[in-house]
Write a protein of this length. Sequence first.
Length: 295
Amino acid sequence: MSADASQKFARVDRPANQAMRRVRKGVSIPSGADVAPVEGIGKCLWDSLATQFEASTMVAALEYARDGQTVQFEVSRGVLQGQVQGRSSKPYQVTVAIDPLDDAAWNNLIELMAKEAAYEARLLLNELPAKGAEIAERLIPANAEGFSFMCTCPFGGVCKHVATLCSIFSHHLTNEPLLLFEIRGMTAAQILQRLTQNRAIQTQGAATAHVDPWIPESQAAVPHLQECLDDYWRCGPGLVELERRPPIQHPPQSLLRRLGPSPMHGKFPFVGLLASVYEAVSEQVRKNRLDRPGD
């Protein structure tokens, strides 16, 4: 469901001295957790948003978040929207809005991520790499600059219902960190597509030969021909040592990861099916080599 951050909310008055209405199977933070995650990109987001809330508001939000008073929440471009049940007969409508990144900011971010293949590989796994803090700095404004808050409760803005939704979303980013990209204006699929295009442009026509790091001799200076005439036609001990070295380990399905998500949609993920086929073929080849006579 898309949401318009500028929409006018109808205020819902809270009945005097009425107890908080409990929600069954509401969205909650992990049992015993604090109002904010202890690490990761979710903590970075909360540290920015928390500058807008008073201490008493965050205490009340922690109770709401632990008790599961959030009925639901959804993320779309520039908007986090949810429903938080308070003392009213109906849940309050809560919106946290932020302007999406402009084209220049996205271009800079894509260029940064395209420099390391780890970003693309982690995005395929719905993760952020260890250097995710560098990305967070570009996605999360300091001191909640650019954020706006709306709620249909009598306070209407920086209230415990807004703080509750912010707490829920911050914790949710622990398992779904790519939602932070979406709220700033670009889905994970769009990010992967841009990364693939950027990396293709960077590597176009730039093929170079690299020294094999597995062979120490390739790093040493080559002696003059006159100094090795006596042993010129002899292999030497280096060849035997080379044969004993373990083979180079490549990431699984590195080609599929490099190509990014498939444009073909169906009942089963096409890339996942190809990965299963590749693994089955590789395993059969290994078995054939082991069963070959004389090997």
